[in-house]
Design a protein around this ligand. Structure first.
Ligand SMILES: [Zn+2]
Length: 404
């Protein structure tokens, strides 16, 4: 008897499962059918089709909800431009806030470097957008990039004591190369020109004249070179998606957190803020809204902080910054390679390390000795960049995210 009930309950279970599968199959069919009908203009629907919609109201509703979500997503990705007059009047408001601020902190993202031909992440041609579409990412050589007008304006505003601290998501090292002092800078996601020895105490830093990240990726940070003092393996300073940055420099979290605590105005330039918003300490969200720093956002696309911003400026960073400098009566300094601090900061490679990379070396200014031997010259032509701080590491980060 016992075995009998066992068999019958197993058969029952199987039948139940089969019924469930059939049910799901039929729901999917209805869902597709409703979708097809909804796509037709109302006037062209047959009587039968109209009755399908009446019969499956819940499905119709679900379709509409999804369409709304799709539209919202599309709108968030669109680039919006304020017209010239609006831009001018908004920048005037920004200028007033900059003048009145006691502690202005600037947050920057990839959008300030696009003019330097470094691809951003989420813009229409950004790394993220391209990878989402299944395209490969290529870039003109990153070492050719130079600080943009926006980088130079920020440096000037700091010199004039109007900007107290800069927090950047960019790994391109351009803030440092613009002449911004290191204690005024937090490079939260690292700097592609810096490798470090964590076996030395304190951590020993090596600034190079080339992208040190060519062999590194998510959770694999060894650059293949070694420390001159202890022979420990050097690692890059890049923080990939899904990693937690613990290096004191160049990340300088302490400086970023202190700056946010003191800030009365925060100016966000060219960042989607999708990553920055997750760093709670940058936004003083533990305070009541009226006690938080005033937020100004310059970005062409939607950001998750738009609703909290006092002013959202839909313009290119370089356009906004040059208008701002005009309002403030300040000169925009011109980047001069000869004054690029990276040449003083850089540690030359040892002779046996000369062939340890293939990336192009930042050309030293005329007349100055090239202190870092340069095997990268042959790689002169701008080719697709494989691996490094955005290529390979990024792809892996994304795959991992998908799996969870
Ligand atoms: Zn060492």
């Amino acid at each position: 008897l016992h075995s009998n009930t066992g068999v019958s309950s197993r058969a029952e279970r199987k039948a139940l499962e089969k019924a469930k599968i059939l049910q799901r199959e039929s729901e999917r069919k209805i869902f597709r059918l409703v979708g097809r009908v909804l796509k037709k203009p109302e006037a062209e629907r047959s009587e039968e089709e109209a009755s399908v919609l009446l019969l499956h109201r819940d499905t119709v509703e679900e379709h509409c909800k999804r369409q709304v979500r799709r539209n919202v997503l599309k709108r968030k990705q669109e680039e919006v431009f304020d017209d010239a007059d609006e831009l001018k009047s908004k920048v005037r408001q920004l200028a007033a806030a900059v003048k009145q601020a006691n502690h202005l902190v600037v947050y920057t993202g990839a959008g300030i470097s696009t003019a330097a031909s470094i691809p951003d992440y989420r813009g229409p041609n950004g790394v993220w957008t391209q990878l989402q579409k299944g395209r490969t990412v290529s870039s003109s050589d990153l070492s050719k990039a130079e600080p943009t007008l926006t980088h130079m304006c920020i440096r000037m505003l700091h010199k004039e004591k109007m900007v107290k601290h800069v927090v950047s998501q960019n790994c391109d090292g351009l803030h440092l190369r613009s002449g911004l002092p290191r204690n005024a800078l937090s490079e939260l996601h690292g700097n592609m020109f810096i490798e470090v020895c964590t076996s030395c105490s304190p951590v020993r830093e090596y600034v190079r004249l080339f992208d040190v990240t060519e062999r590194t990726s998510l959770h694999r940070h060894g650059t293949g070179r070694t420390c001159m003092h202890c022979c420990g393996e050097l690692r890059d300073t890049i923080v990939h998606f899904g990693e937690r940055g613990t290096l004191e420099q160049p990340l300088n979290w302490k400086g970023a957190a202190e700056a946010a605590k003191m800030a009365d105005v925060i100016l966000c330039l060219g960042s989607s803020l999708k990553v920055l918003k997750k760093y709670a300490c940058l936004w003083c969200m533990n305070r009541p809204a009226s006690k938080r720093p005033k937020l100004f956002i310059v970005n062409l696309q939607w950001t998750p902080k738009d609703d909290l911003a006092l002013l959202k400026i839909n313009g290119k960073c370089d356009d906004v910054m040059s208008l701002l400098m005009e309002e403030l009566n300040l000169q925009i300094p011109v980047y001069k390679r000869a004054e690029d601090p990276i040449f003083c900061l850089a540690t030359p490679l040892r002779p046996e390390e000369v062939n340890s990379h293939t990336r192009e070396v930042i050309a030293p200014p005329d007349g100055q000795q090239d202190r870092s031997a340069d095997p990268g010259r042959q790689a002169e032509e701008a080719t697709a960049v494989q691996g490094g701080w955005f290529g390979r590491g990024y792809g892996k980060g994304r795959k991992k995210k998908k799996a969870t």
